[in-house]
Every structure is written in C-alpha cells, then in structure tokens.
Design a protein around this ligand. Sequence first.
Ligand code: GDP
Ligand code: MG
Length: 172
Amino acid sequence: KRKLTVCVIGSGGVGKSSLTLRYINGHFPEFYDPTIEESYITQIEYGFHFHEVEVIDTAGQEEFLLFRDSSMAQGDAFLLVFAIDSVSSWVHLKELRSKIVREKDDDVSIPMVVVGNKRDLEEDRQIPLEDVVEYCQRIKCPLIETSAKTSLNVTESFRMLMEQVEEHRLNL
Ligand code: GDP
Ligand code: MG
C-alpha cells in the first residue's frame, strides 16, 4: 500500500472537521455539513520525504457500523480527538482507542496522537490536563492540545502523528 490513511476520530462536536479543514485549507470553517464523512488527499513530509496521505474526517458512523465496515478499518494512523470542555468526549476517546487496538490484533504501537481540542475554551475545561497526561503516559501515546479556532498546534498535531508513523515503520 502506497498511500497512508489518517483517520480523525472522536465524538461528534469535538472539532474533527474544524481541525481537518484548518489543516487542509488553513482556515476555521464556518459552513459545512457536519453529517458527511469527507476525505482529503494531501502531501505530508515525514522520514525526509513528502508522502501522499489521505485524511478521513469521520462523521459518527463509527458508532453504528461494524469496525471492518467503518472507515477506521482503513486507518493506518489516528488522531484521537476530544474537547477539553466535554467529559463524554473524553470517555468516548478512551473507548475508541481500546476498540482500535483490539481490532488491530492488540497492536499497541499503532500510530496515534491524543488531541485535546478547544484549548481556547480553557475557562470551560472539564478534563484536568493531569488526567490526560496520566492516561497518555500509561498507553505511551503522545498528547497535544489544540484549537482549530485559533489554529494553535493544528499543524503540530499532524506532524506529531507523522513522527509516530515513522517510528512505527522503523519498528516493523
Ligand atoms: P466534529 O463533529 O467533531 O467534526 O466537530 P466540528 O468541527 O463540526 O465542530 C463542532 C463545533 O465546535 C462547531 O461549532 C465548531 O465551530 C466548534 N469548534 C471546533 N473546534 C473548535 C475550537 O478549537 N474552539 C472552539 N471554541 N470551537 C471549536
Ligand atoms: Mg465533523
């Protein structure tokens, strides 16, 4: 397989489409259909070369489909997104991560990055950063806090994921 597939997953409303469009188009989207799953082909640099990457902005079908029928089955690497002001999205992220690891034959080294989005809403934070750090250390997964709104760390989150991809390849 030549093309790498990145899946952006997480609860509805956490900002998956906003992060993806911010990354792909460089601006915070105002109008888009939140129910449609979109995928984008882009070039991302890792391992000293640019590679063709497909980014799938999932839209919640994951809940209702068998894993193998969902776009998660296509994912080589995952941005696991929650919103720092949403407890349910944090609970859901941990479930999604377990599901992926289980479905990928308990391969805990699958490239993933935990993304705490809506960092601009710090005053509404419901998930203490220490809790997220503790979880990420336990599962050995990098963590980044982003804001699709202000564009904080959006490019960086994809870059971190590509580092994981590169590391995973080296470990094969
Ligand atoms: P998705 O369902 O995960 O794709 O989430 P969307 O990208 O559709 O975003 C859901 C809502 O959260 C929209 O109203 C966005 O404008 C808003 N949103 C997304 N990212 C951010 C962010 O970083 N900060 C703030 N304040 N709002 C955001
Ligand atoms: Mg969306």
